[in-house]
Design a protein around this ligand. Structure first.
Ligand SMILES: NC(=O)c1ccc[n+]([C@@H]2O[C@H](COP(=O)([O-])OP(=O)(O)OC[C@H]3O[C@@H](n4cnc5c(N)ncnc54)[C@H](OP(=O)(O)O)[C@@H]3O)[C@@H](O)[C@H]2O)c1
Length: 289
């Protein structure tokens, strides 16, 4: 058994970027009161503006930068390749440069979509990437800067849902809330049952990032996800069971639900380096209670 040393982060200056996003919101809650915390969103710093990134981060001089920004619209990326690349790759390069200037740890998030989803045994941290859509390609391009950075922590995660307000945002509602909303509007709901993944609660992920920040973990790649593999259909079933919703769910194949971007069929992240997060059903129950 490995004993992890804990560091006191109380004296550290921590900067969260994309603080108004779904994950950024829960990261903000998680770190509040535990360090000197700075929460910046696009209004405070546009991460695609290289000069601004270098100047503002150098002025602030943080010990840890947590980058929760991103172009996260998977289908939208197919038509907005340049924008996705700017935010998911170019901005990451600028952030690494800025982190280097002040010798800060840089924690960054990537996705299961860097893998092609053909290996049913799942994907360990060191598995070679092979993205099959524009979003995955842009995230892969960003990953390389973090991997090369001496103090870079690359966290891959998947199928996020969280409490941050989503209405009016380009990303739309998370899957869990969408299912509940649809149950009030439709007599039956069709849900895909041939894509497998790990549903992850942003609150659990934020708590794991806190552990990572205060522990003696080495820079590198981490797969932080709630445990247990599911299909979207099974997730919907579990949501309805917990909320006692009676609307019938109809399993369908991806072919019957055409979307712009190709999805990896079996994008299951295996966490072999970090204490495991709890089961997805338990995390979902907490979210819905
Ligand atoms: N959602 C998932 O299922 C999932 C799965 C795996 C990995 N991830 C990764 O996890 C990270 C966070 O995802 P999320 O779902 O929390 O994303 P999100 O809700 O879309 O949040 C992204 C945040 O970045 C901000 N942002 C956009 N452009 C910016 C810019 N130019 N400068 C500064 N900030 C900017 C957004 O502000 P506005 O809202 O004002 O545009 C938003 O607050 C991303 O890197 C994503 O790729 C997400």
């Amino acid at each position: 058994m490995r004993i992890y040393m804990e560091r006191n982060i109380y004296n550290l200056k921590i900067l969260i970027l994309g603080a108004g996003g779904m994950l950024g919101t829960d990261l903000g809650h998680e770190f509040a009161g535990k360090c000197e915390l700075f929460l910046w969103d696009k209004n405070e710093l546009d991460v695609t503006n290289k000069e601004q990134v270098l100047a503002k981060i150098s002025d602030l001089n943080p010990n840890i930068i947590i980058n929760a920004t991103g172009y996260t619209n998977v289908d939208g990326a197919e038509d907005n390749k340049d924008l996705a690349h700017k935010l998911n790759a170019d901005a990451v390069e600028y952030l690494v440069k800025a982190a280097q200037q002040v010798n800060a740890k840089l924690i960054h998030f990537s996705t299961e979509y860097v893998f092609d989803g053909t290996d049913k045994s799942g994907y360990k941290e060191n598995y070679p990437v092979n993205p099959i859509n524009v979003y995955g390609q842009s995230k892969t391009a960003g990953e390389k800067y973090i991997i090369e950075y001496r103090l870079g922590y690359l966290i891959r995660t998947s199928w996020l849902y969280g409490h941050a307000p989503q209405i009016g945002k380009p990303r739309g509602m998370n899957f869990v809330d969408t299912m509940i909303k649809l149950s009030t509007e439709k007599s039956e709901i069709k849900v895909v049952n041939d894509q497998f993944g790990k549903l992850t609660n942003t609150r659990d992920l934020a708590s794991a990032v806190h552990e990572l920040a205060k522990g003696d973990f080495q820079p590198g790649i981490y797969h932080l996800v709630n445990e247990g593999v599911a299909m979207w259909y099974e997730v919907a079933q579990e949501v309805f069971k917990i909320k006692n919703i009676q609307t019938p769910l109809i399993p369908i194949s991806s072919i019957e639900y055409p979307v712009k971007a190709k999805r990896p069929a079996y994008a299951v992240l295996l966490n072999t380096k970090f204490p495991q997060l709890r089961l997805w059903q338990e995390a979902l129950r907490d979210y819905l209670s």
